[in-house]
Design a protein around this ligand. Sequence first.
Ligand SMILES: *Cc1c(COP(=O)(O)O)cnc(C)c1O
Length: 431
Amino acid sequence: MSDFKQNIKEQNLSERDKKHLWHPLTQHKIAPEMLAITKAKGSILYGEDGKGYIDGIASWYTCMYGHCNEYITSKVSEQMHNLDQVVFSGFTHKPAVELSEALIKILPSGQQKMFFNDNGSTATEIGIKMALQYHHNLGNDRKVMLAFEEGFHGDTFGAMSVSGLSVYNGAFEDHFIAVVRIPTPNGENNAEVIRKLKKLISEYKIAGFIYEPLVQGAAAMKMHDAEGLERILQICKENEIICVADEVMTGFGKTGKYFASDYLETKPDVICMSKALTAGLLPMGLTSCTQQIYDAFYSDDIAKGLFHGHTYSANPLACAAALAGVELLLSEEIQENIKRVTKSHQDFHNRIKDHPKVINTRQLGIIYAFDLNVEMERYGNIRNQLFKHFMDRGIFLRPLGNTIYILAPFIIKDEELKKVYKSIEATLEIF
Ligand SMILES: *Cc1c(COP(=O)(O)O)cnc(C)c1O
């Protein structure tokens, strides 16, 4: 063994990480050391520290069928030996064709065409571009996007622009596309939201409305009123505003339906997907749209096409993972698991809901959240303290401020769920 190799072998991964790596969403000067994960199976992440951690947020809502799911890894492995990668401009392949056919069966009605990309931010970026270029191609002067105040749609420029303003985006604000915002409807403020929407429509030339249907993930699993959203979508449709549903978080069964848009009557024109799309195995995004959107780009004029393309668009391995994921989602086993976890959360909710420290409880399908009612000033950074509380107990939850939420893989075992609940109930006594 060379000196170099011997040297690095003495340090653990967390230490070696510090030398060259720059992590996402991290201020390294104040962030704790990164825990190295060496293995994952089902709902469990295994750390270099030798401990197991229940993945209570399915690694950012991706691996819903469990980590290293054998059906999915076998399908990808099969694909890997046959076709690894090919340019998707000018070529096509079976995994992409089959995936499009499988998705069309579960997507909300009206969706017809699918555009591949490679992550959630580009999925929404393309959704925004579809809305803007749709009107551009039709000769309409509409250049403004409409969005919810606290939405999150990703970290590329278009996606950042339509996301709610936050301290993190400060350096880029001058470069944002034009966006106007409305609050989310909560039932009580619906009339006010509609009034504001109508006023904005009369004042601005709005091309599209981008929204996370019913659940806003990054805004701390904030849930809004379906009737209110329905009304907003109707008004957008009446005014030829393209409705872009960002289902990157809500898609693929988590809300109790295949897509959150399935709870609504007014269907989106465009749907953005990623995260659980590939079952947590490989990065991929997808933006689907109606025939009407596609037709506005279909022309003898080459400039009317959608000139957007990523090198790894429709990567066959990612498509194979996604196709296997859709097959699992449709299986009786997974549908039963979704019902089981949903019911389990309801029972947990009934147990804690009257506790004075439990407020703003909310649930849709297997997504459960509440806010911990504590004097925030007493805790320097409650989020970090909660995070540590859970990790110390072998649970990976990622509180957002004082919001504690669970979004575990569908296949999480009852005894694992019990441990998660117990660690949450402990916060009610400790904090
Ligand atoms: C995570 C997320 C995105 C961004 O996806 P990335 O793959 O992280 O770029 C966009 N929209 C929503 C609703 C998300 O939850």
